[in-house]
Design a protein around this ligand. Structure first.
Ligand code: PEP
Ligand code: MN
Length: 355
């Protein structure tokens, strides 16, 4: 097989079981996935870093032999997660084409450096999952460790698998899409792959998360698939059988980045002009609002009154929130904007009062 090139195929579809469990499960899943015709790379976890001890921690080396067999049988490249020098050496020995760093590894600079040192001087292709916590600097730091050992930027890609979150969410790891925009602006040329399986944690929203990724021009997906999902030894709730996976992948509309048609360009330009105008007006108004906050700061200072009068803030918030439906804005959005305005107002009053 020719050596695998990252970026040659977009969207890149990676699929396979969360974990290789047995030879039969690994081969059956991989062969069925290959015959769907929509999968470009086969994945399986061989060493599983688990949040809880006592849960399945991967089959280790025998699993690599099964993946190598799946590669021979299907002709497809194979991918696995690595977290140490030993993992890298074994994976490369068994002909693994694409390595990935898991979310629990990206959070640990020592482990990332160990993997980076192990791939130094090889032709490895590596995907780096976002860290568990929404820390873009930590994620970017992991990328830079690979760049620093001489891995060409085109051999490095990113996986967005959502962020661990304390609180209630319908997702196992909420996507926080805005964090990804920040990462993409730091590494604009790098492949960004979405992992709907670990974002969702269940089968229900895999399709809609995949479509959102396509709409945001991601470069591919990594999706977990198992011949008997309910009996999987890890991540049973989120895995799909190969055929439903095929159905989901075929339904995704990977819209194009742009269209040449003059009508499209004309309407787009008109709407963009309108948005630019509204943005200018919005921020001019916000500026005026802050000027008034400074005047209030002067009055409070002269009368030696504290900045924060909590009941006043409650009144402002309730009044605007009650108008949210009229503006056709979600309550969550209105709250976020109001909070940002409030923080800036307090800081402006503070600078006046302590001048
Ligand atoms: C996995 O891909 O099976 C995995 C363990 O993912 P993550 O590192 O995103 O939790
Ligand atoms: Mn998994």
């Amino acid at each position: 097989m020719d050596s695998f090139t990252l970026g040659a195929k977009r969207p890149l579809i990676i699929a396979g079981p969360c974990s290789a469990e047995t030879r039969e499960q690994t081969l059956d899943t991989c062969v069925r996935l290959a015959s769907t015709g929509v999968v470009d790379v086969l994945r399986a976890g061989i060493w599983k870093p688990r949040t809880q001890p006592g849960t399945f921690e991967g089959v280790g080396l025998p699993g690599l032999a099964w993946m190598a067999e799946a590669k021979r049988l299907t002709g497809l490249p194979i991918a696995t997660e690595v977290a140490s020098k030993k993992h890298v050496e074994s994976a490369l020995e068994f002909g693994v084409d694409l390595l990935w760093l898991g979310a629990r590894t990206t959070v640990s600079p020592f482990a990332v450096q160990e993997v980076a040192d192990a791939v130094r001087g090889t032709n490895s292709k590596i995907l780096i999952k976002n860290p568990m916590n929404p820390d873009i600097a930590l994620w970017a730091g992991a990328v830079n460790r690979f760049v620093n050992v001489g891995i060409p930027i085109e051999n490095i890609g990113l996986i967005h698998r959502g962020f661990s979150y304390f609180g209630h969410s319908k997702y196992r790891n909420p996507p926080m899409w805005h964090m990804i925009l920040e990462m993409r602006s730091r590494f604009p040329e790098m492949m960004m792959i979405c992992d709907p399986s670990h974002i969702c944690g269940c089968r229900d929203y895999l399709g809609e998360i995949s479509q959102t990724a396509a709409d945001l021009r991601y470069d591919g997906l990594i999706v977990e698939s198992h011949i008997h999902p309910d009996e999987a030894w890890s991540d049973a709730k989120q895995q799909l059988e190969p055929e439903p996976l095929e159905h989901m992948i075929r339904k995704i509309n990977w819209r194009k980045e742009t269209a040449d048609c003059p009508e499209f360009q004309k309407s787009l330009n008109l709407y963009r002009d309108e948005i630019d105008q509204i943005d200018s007006e919005l921020f001019e108004l916000l500026g005026r609002r802050m000027d008034i906050c400074e005047k209030i700061g002067e009055v409070k200072k002269q009368n030696d009154v504290a900045i924060l009068q909590s009941n006043r803030w409650g009144v402002i918030r309730d009044r605007i929130l009650s108008q949210a439906p009229k503006f056709k804005l979600s309550e969550e959005f209105v709250k976020t904007v109001l909070e940002a305005i409030h923080i800036e107002s307090i800081s402006r009053q503070n600078s006046i009062m302590n001048k």
